[in-house]
Design a protein. Sequence first.
Length: 422
Amino acid sequence: MLNDSEDSEEIIERVSALDIGKAELVACVRVPNPDRPGRRSQEITTYSTMTRALLVLADRLRELGVTRVVMEATSDYWKPVFYLLEAQGLDPWLVNAKDVKHLPGRPKTDKLDAVWLAKVAERQMIRASFVPPAPIRLLRDLTRYRADLVNSRTAEKNRVEKLLEDAQIKLSVVASDIFGMSGREMMAALIAGERDPKALAQLARTTMRAKIGLLEEAFVGHFTDHHAFLLRTMLTRIDETSADIAAVETRIEELITPFAPAVARLDEITGVGLTAAHVMIAEIGVDMTRFATAAHLCSWARFAPGIKESAGKNKGRGATGHGNPYLARVLGEAAVSAGKTNTFLGERYRRIARRRGKKRAIVAVGRSILVIVWHLLSDPEARYHDLGPDFYDNRIGPDRKKRNHIRQLEALGFKVTLQPAA
């Protein structure tokens, strides 16, 4: 029986494709030939990527009645072109370069690339990549910059620890966090010229005072003026970066205000905090009509195994591939946090970790969190409800557990005979 296909054979009449570089772009416009029905006319023009030249391009596209403008995701060079054409009322599409690879055996030039992209686009053989709306883009810039600043601060803290090790100062052996209040005062004293281990150990506060004896041993080293200069510089950079992070977080709080209800719903998910909720909204937005189902969102985020099948056999390793690194990071952190709780997600993490390892458990629970996020954002009235850590036991039941155990024994070569119930 023949079934209807979702594919459409309609050819887009007026389409333009852009091959974008840093300094210039090549635009190919394909429209119907007014003199020869069924044939196409095309125009290939090179434009500068300066704003005035892009405005001229936008005017030309409107003059020709172009209904769709397609461009490859080339580094960050596509962004100003995309945003400007979008602001001019056109319909720009960003496509993945892997979907429009140049035909093998043909010369590779910017003009040929633009023509090929236009031909592929007019036949609707490519899909648009997800480009969030302007408010989400602003939020995304801030959350990504915050993540980069945190990474920079962490790298600087690691340099401080290496510097202390170079000076035979074993503070990190005694203190779990050398950048706490006690640790910072001790390092400030080192910079000021204090070298007496007993005097340095007496700067310990609260619970650290129970380790004064160990601290005295830890400060026996050869800390010099050279180390003091480097330590002062590193701590200054850490403090400056911390101040920048605080300023960025304040700005994020201002921009996230319109999405406060969505943040509150995501914050209820096990393992997800406010910071993670901010990143999720910044990366995927709040309009889930862009993703038809939760599976589409998981596939876009690369939290679904790749399918490679030929002749009825699965090929490859079933890897998920490389997705959005910022989203993957917060989903992984949320999965690890959820794995420490007595909840459904925590039990799911532990069950998978026992059988297949922690890395696979992180991906599986991260996918579960992403499915929950899709449902919460799709329905404003939806609320998160934890299924409980005993969900699997209640769902499987004793009979099914017994059958699974019997199959495992039979797979090992044992013969199992069930006794009839009395």
